[in-house]
Design a protein around this ligand. Structure first.
Ligand code: WTA
Length: 645
């Protein structure tokens, strides 16, 4: 590596990484069995390390069958003897003027045990689903670990999702206990979480709501149903036995969007997931005992699950949680926090990097960033300009930059450089992780060799993989294992270059990745169609300088109705209500009709090109490819003419 003389040293050597790659590739079961014994504390030994099949007729994924462990014990109890006084969680509030909180591993043990006892007192049993709808405060992690301690799978719903979105997730996994807070703080504003829970639960009976008092503002209260966390905590013991659970016992459900239908609840289980989160955390961030690690994601996403809570805590690390936003009180906030806590490992999303880059270098350089060693990127492709700025300005050219490609479904990193070992061409996620076997398929389903571009699939199972979709195994098989039989299909396209580096090209399905948030076209269209003047709609992603993608909507109005600003505002209001504030439309174009195939399928490929401005006149129709299969090719003219920009 040309820059290696100035990059900070890492623990990895080429020889070590090479030997691990070979071992994991040649015999994954033996490799992961060895790693599982080294990294986790088991209560009983498994009998079968790997029992997996990607055959669409029998998709089955089991790791460490017969083994038992307790995930919370692995994240907390086993560290007490050597790290009891070490900070486990550092919490930085939204306002820099409010007090920070530091919880040591001993503190975490006490708080998680109490919270686990609180759940037991509410009647929660192993296997019962608990919904967590929390701001970014330590109690979010405490609630997750309390669930893990008593074997109750959690479903964390991102606090930016609306009451409607929360309700459908509560109903889907039939959870009768909700953990929330009165509110959360973001950029000086209160997010009224409790109010959303109240709306979500309207008409649902037999639920309990545990409410952590955080912002202190007045909230409405339903007697019998609502319980203050702080009050219940006083009535329970600070000790709670950690019982062993099967390696395949469900640890959590996490909802994510697909191209069709409602969000799907990906199910992750205990042993394999925890091993994979811990292993990748340690190697990809070159974790050392004295590191201060900060991931800026929200615990409501998989990044927060694997790389704020489970991976770092199982490794005995200090993990920082930040409640606020990168630009409050100003665009220097991230770097102020880095300086304040001497953060050494930093993990964020390209959208945040691009947003801060736009604000200028001064906000960065006025703070001391000399503690930083490793910079990570996740959630969307990072463009080379943003990569360079992150590396040069934020990292002062001394930090390794790891662009990590993975998904809710994969549980942990899949394609990523190992710092200090792999070359890092800006914009490439580079190399498969230990034991990961990527395959690129063409549209005919043929596996491509050498340098090529295609559908990014994975040929064999890894321990961190999601096991199923909650309540719908058939959909799991259909979504991930049917397009390219025998392999897991990620939904992304990728290019592999001559050096074997992977360049992620984006989604092949109708998922829109806006600011690193996965949004399904079907959910968005359903919200738009809820407007009484709209007959039909189709949304597509268009390139956006900051957010990566923005949403462009085409709507067909009902007879005698016309799109105006009032309706535009109402549509965005519906989106906020049905999905949440993270989903807003950049453009809404009135369309006389939508290009469809004879079977009635909307040709989104064509809409994407029109919305992106790739087709400006009839001369450019060749850019659309074959449109002869359309029943209504004449619609294309009208759409091109009416394009908004
Ligand atoms: C995209 C987030 C390019 C990709 C961990 C994937 C990325 C989806 C990268 C998963 C990356 C994630 N480079 N694209 N480094 N990381 N993606 O489930 O399209 O929220 O399929 O998981 O984000 O999003 P999810």
């Amino acid at each position: 590596m040309s820059d290696s003389t100035i990059l900070s040293p890492t623990a990895h050597s080429h020889a070590f990484v090479q030997s691990q790659r070979e071992a994991a590739f040649n015999d994954p079961a033996t490799y992961w069995a060895t790693q599982a014994k080294e990294l986790l504390a088991w209560r009983s030994q498994w009998h079968t390390t790997k029992d997996t099949s990607f055959d669409p007729k029998n998709v089955n994924i089991r790791w460490f069958d017969g083994g038992t462990l307790n995930v919370a014990e692995n994240c907390i109890d086993r560290h007490l003897a050597t790290r009891g006084d070490k900070p486990a969680i550092i919490w930085e509030p939204d306002s820099p003027h409010d007090p920070k909180r530091i919880l040591t591993y001993s503190d975490l043990h006490r708080e998680v045990s109490r919270a686990a006892n609180m759940l037991l007192s509410l009647g929660v049993k192993p296997g019962d689903r608990v919904t967590i709808y929390m701001p970014m405060i330590p109690e979010a992690a405490i609630a997750m670990l309390a669930c893990a301690r008593i074997g109750a799978p959690h479903s964390v719903v991102f606090g930016g999702f609306s009451a409607q979105a929360l309700r459908s997730r509560i109903e889907d996994c039939e959870s009768s206990v909700i953990i929330t807070a009165d509110g959360g703080m973001r950029g000086g504003k209160v997010i009224d979480l409790k109010n959303n829970v109240d709306t979500a639960l309207e008409g649902l009976s037999d639920t309990k709501v545990l409410v952590f008092r955080h912002t202190g503002h007045r909230v409405s209260w339903v007697e019998e149903r609502d319980i203050w966390w702080q009050e219940l905590a006083e009535t329970v013991a600070a000790e709670c036995e950690a019982k062993p659970f099967d390696a395949e016992h469900p640890l959590f459900i996490l909802y994510t969007s697909g191209s069709t239908g409602k969000p799907k609840g990906l199910l992750h289980t205990s042993g394999g997931y925890l091993l994979y989160a811990t292993h990748t955390f340690q190697h990809v961030f070159d974790y050392q005992e004295e590191d201060v690690y900060w991931c800026t994601a929200d615990v409501g996403w998989i990044t927060g699950h694997s790389y704020i809570v489970y991976g770092p805590l199982a490794a005995g690390a200090t993990t920082l949680m930040f409640e606020g936003v990168p630009t409050y009180p100003d665009a220097g906030r991230f770097w102020e926090i880095v300086e304040k806590y001497r953060v050494s490992l930093f993990y964020t999303a390209p959208t945040a990097i691009r947003m801060l880059q736009r604000e200028g270098d001064d906000f960065v350089t006025r703070y001391d960033r000399s503690s930083l060693r490793i910079l990570g990127s996740v959630g969307e492709p990072i463009n080379p300009e943003a990569w360079q700025w992150y590396h040069t300005v934020v990292g002062n050219k001394t930090c390794h930059l790891v662009d990590t490609w993975w998904q809710t479904e994969t549980g942990g990193h899949m394609i990523t450089p190992l710092p200090g070992v792999d070359e890092t061409p800006p914009g490439s996620a580079t190399q498969p992780y230990f034991g990961i076997r990527p395959v690129l398929h063409n549209t005919d389903g043929q596996a491509l060799e050498a340098a090529a571009s295609g559908a990014l699939c994975i040929a064999d199972s890894w321990p961190g993989q999601a096991r199923t979709i909650w309540g719908d195994h058939a959909r799991f098989v259909e979504t991930y294992f049917s397009a390219f039989p025998g392999t897991y299909f990620s939904g992304d396209a990728a290019n592999r270059d001559e050096q074997g580096n992977y360049w992620i090209e984006g989604r092949m399905d109708d998922v829109i990745n806006m600011a690193g948030h996965r949004l399904g076209t079907a959910e968005i269209e359903a919200a738009i169609n809820a407007h009484s003047d709209i007959a039909e709609s189709a949304v597509v992603g268009i390139p956006d300088d900051i957010k990566g993608q923005a949403i462009y909507a085409f709507v067909i109005m009902k007879p005698n109705k016309h799109l105006d600003d009032e309706i535009r505002t109402a549509i965005n209001g519906l989106l906020r209500r049905e999905v949440g504030p993270i989903a807003s439309l950049k453009y809404i174009q009135e369309a006389p009709g939508l290009p469809k195939t004879r079977s009635g399928k909307i040709m989104r490929r064509i809409l994407r090109k029109i919305a992106a401005g790739e087709v400006t006149s009839k001369n450019h129709y060749d850019k659309l490819g074959d449109i002869s299969t359309l029943v209504n090719p004449e619609q294309v003219d009208a759409l091109v003419e009416g394009r908004l920009q």
